[in-house]
Design a protein around this ligand. Structure first.
Ligand SMILES: Nc1nc2c(ncn2[C@@H]2O[C@H](COP(=O)(O)OP(=O)(O)OP(=O)(O)O)[C@@H](O)[C@H]2O)c(=O)[nH]1
Length: 317
């Protein structure tokens, strides 16, 4: 069961998106888990025509206090699916103003049942094109949310001019060079884009979309490390373990394709904060240049230091 995490700043258009998913006839059935701080739960009244399964959690912020709740909700959904009470082919989890998706992601890797039945597919962030500048400037968690996304729904396109939209797109892409950006009005996105993102599996290319990374006001930046010589995986693993334990808090996202020494397959490695995983991917193609490329997105990172240490992971160095 593919699972998509949906996040975004207050008022950016998440509920609008979910309502569309739940009410439009698109031939797919999705289950939705929503989360809201406080007693009066989210937009339950707003979630109309609930053919799909909606579960609500009202126990505070999803990222810190209710992981157990999430586990319970996930299992409940599975049970009702197995009993034939609910039919769905994908799950969306809506989170409120999430700054660190790590604990939620972890939930999908730690529990055996969950691991067997669910597959975390990707992270979608809804951005308010009109207000995002303000959110960035005030140093709110909007930058983090943009930084860890795989797909950005750049909503409220109707409220900005073409040149403003272009500027916002440029800013977002320079913050997160690998995210796909889709401008929308009323979160009207092609639903097929929300599933099958497959970040947490492997992808064919790294899709570095921006070649002009820059440092943002609050110190969030991105950079790409490249190496043409084969990498020693033991050294890389050793170094990355130290990096995430030291700097995990500041590392919003990192993804890479590694050409490992003595390995005919590509190694894909990626992580969010302290969670990182490496896996074997397809074999290198004959005509393909075997090189390693890793994107780091984080706060206050010293690119030169990263470069030096990455180069130290070269085999026989
Ligand atoms: N002009 C304009 N308004 C929009 C658009 N998308 C959503 N809105 C409006 O913006 C407001 C907030 O949208 P919601 O979908 O409730 O946003 P949300 O992210 O769920 O908000 P929270 O639940 O507060 O986090 C609503 O009044 C929407 O009708 C858009 O593309 N253009």
């Amino acid at each position: 069961m593919p699972v998509t995490l949906v996040t975004g700043f207050l008022g950016s258009g998440k509920t609008t998106l979910l309502n569309r998913i739940l009410s439009e006839h698109h031939g797919h059935r999705f289950a939705v888990i929503v989360n809201e701080i406080g007693q009066i739960g989210i937009d339950n009244e707003l979630i109309v025509n609930v053919e799909e399964e909606v579960m609500e959690m009202t126990n505070g912020c999803l990222c810190c206090t209710v992981r157990e709740d999430l586990l319970v909700a996930l299992k409940k959904l599975l049970q009702s699916r197995n009993k034939g009470e609910a039919r769905f082919e994908g799950l969306l989890i809506e989170t409120t103003g999430l700054a660190n998706p790590g604990p939620i992601i972890q939930t999908f890797f730690l529990d055996e049942t969950i691991q067997t039945y669910y597959e975390l597919d990707g992270i979608v962030t809804v951005v308010d094109a009109y207000h995002i500048q303000q959110h960035f400037e005030k140093g709110m968690e909007a930058e983090e949310q943009v930084a860890f996304a795989d797909l950005i729904i750049l909503n409220k396109q109707d409220l900005v001019t073409t040149s403003q939209l272009k500027e916002v797109k440029y800013q977002i892409q320079s913050l997160n060079p690998t995210a796909q950006i889709v401008p929308t009005v009323n979160s009207e996105i092609d639903f097929s884009l929300l599933f099958g993102i497959q970040t947490f599996r492997t992808r064919d290319t790294l899709d570095i979309r921006s070649h002009f990374p820059k440092e943002h006001l609050t110190g969030v930046q991105s950079f790409v490390l490249r190496e043409e010589r084969p990498i020693d995986m033991v050294k890389l693993n050793h170094w990355m373990t130290a990096v995430v334990s030291e700097l995990g808090e500041y590392l919003y996202r990192y993804k890479g394709i590694i050409a490992a020494q003595g390995m005919d397959r590509r190694v894909v490695f990626q992580g969010v904060h302290t969670l990182f995983a490496a896996s074997y991917d397809r074999p290198w193609k004959q005509e393909e240049e075997r090189k390693s490329e890793v994107v780091f997105i984080g706060k206050g990172l010293n690119k030169v230091w990263f470069e030096e240490h990455f180069h130290n992971c070269v085999a026989d160095h």
